[in-house]
Each structure stands twice: as C-alpha cells, then as structure tokens.
Design a binder for this molecule. Structure first.
Ligand SMILES: [Zn+2]
Length: 214
C-alpha cells in the first residue's frame, strides 16, 4: 500500500495510544516522492539563551515512492514515532539509533508484536517507478582536531581515495557509506582528498538510511 496523509494520521493516533500512552502531540505530516528514505522526521535544533539545545519544528515525512506491505508501512511510521518521542521529550540518546532508541524499539516490538527495525532495505518490487536517485559514495573522516569532515567520492576514484584519505595527517579514521540522500547532491564528487567540514549532528540525520560499507 502507498501512504496517504489520512492513513499516516490514523496510524499515528493508533500507535500513540497503544505504545506511547497518548503522550505525543500530532506533528505536521507530509508525503514525499523521494526514493532515498521510507520515512523521516525533520526537526530543528534551537539554542536558548543559556546555550542548551531544544528540538522543535517536527515534521513527520513519509515516502509515497514505494508500494509497501501494510505492516512495513506501519513499522516505518512507528520507527519515526520513536524518534519523535525521544526528541520531542528532549531526551538525549547516544546516537541517532542509540541505546535509548533501541531499547524503546525492542520494547515495542516485544510488547506489541511489531517488527520495527533500524533500517528497511527496500526491494525493487516495492519501488514505484520514478527518477532514479543519485547514489553517493561518502567518506566520513573523524579528524584529530575533534571535528568531522566528509568527502563525496567520485566512484571511479573510490579505491584510490580509500587508500589516501586515512593517510592524511589530520585524519584519525574514516568510515564509508553509500547513500541516496539528496543532501549529498550539493557536494562535488571528489577525485582528490578534499574534506568538507560538517556538523556531526547534521550529518547523522542524513546518514539515517545510508548503508555502511566495510
Ligand atoms: Zn531512524
């Protein structure tokens, strides 16, 4: 089935009552034709005068680019609702799908017989024909200075940069990802070791549906 706004809202209300004791306020909801994700929660980080961060402006986005089994669609909405619960209650987790997220996910799966997972690998048959998203090969470099940088790598130079990047003196370690997130469209595809600084929290939200490469 393909999501509609009514369906997303009804499913949200049903799970809110069932799994979150009705503690969630319905956020704005939006459908997207993007192929890069099934569902996502967008939000902003606001800093108050004392410098502490509050999460706000939540929007629950569900993709209509896939024809999913109802259970998979429901679990997708539920997955985003766990993010929404954590962030809207201003709770802190160890990472995007950190200890708290996994604990809540396991709890809900056990208690309510759901199959929420960290990521759902979509299949060709689920995909509704549309523009093919650009696939990006992303190197995330953790720098000795404590900052994070990324390189969107030209696939033809993958092997070369895989060897060269970790040898840079400022690079402590590298991780590699494949991602279809349109966020990465804006980075030039490097043939050389060029590292762009990035806010790790920002990066985290865009690596949400990425595949970690060994
Ligand atoms: Zn997630």
């Amino acid at each position: 089935m393909i999501a509609t706004l009514d369906y997303v809202a009804q499913t949200f209300d049903r799970f809110n009552a069932l799994c979150f004791e009705g503690s969630l306020v319905r956020p704005p909801m939006r459908l997207s034709r993007a192929h890069g994700f099934l569902g996502k929660l967008t939000f902003t980080r606001r800093r108050n005068l004392l410098g502490s961060v509050r999460y706000a402006d939540f929007v629950l986005v569900v993709s209509v680019a896939f024809d999913l089994a109802a259970d998979v669609l429901d679990d997708t909405i539920l997955h985003e609702m766990i993010h929404y619960y954590i962030l809207s209650h201003q709770l802190r987790d160890t990472s995007t799908h950190g200890r708290l997220f996994r604990q809540m996910m396991d709890n809900i799966n056990t208690r309510h017989g759901r199959h929420v997972r960290i990521s759902h690998r979509t299949t060709e048959s689920e995909r509704i024909a549309g523009p093919t998203p650009r696939r990006h090969l992303i190197a995330v470099s953790h720098l000795r200075s404590g900052t994070t940088g990324i390189t969107a790598v030209n696939p033809a130079y993958h092997d070369r940069l895989r060897r060269l990047l970790p040898r840079m003196s400022e690079v402590e370690r590298c991780e590699w990802y494949a991602s279809a997130d349109t966020f990465f469209d804006r980075f030039p595809r490097s043939r050389t070791v060029k590292i762009y600084r990035i806010d790790p929290a920002d990066l985290d939200t865009h690596l949400h549906n990425a595949t970690r490469l060994e």
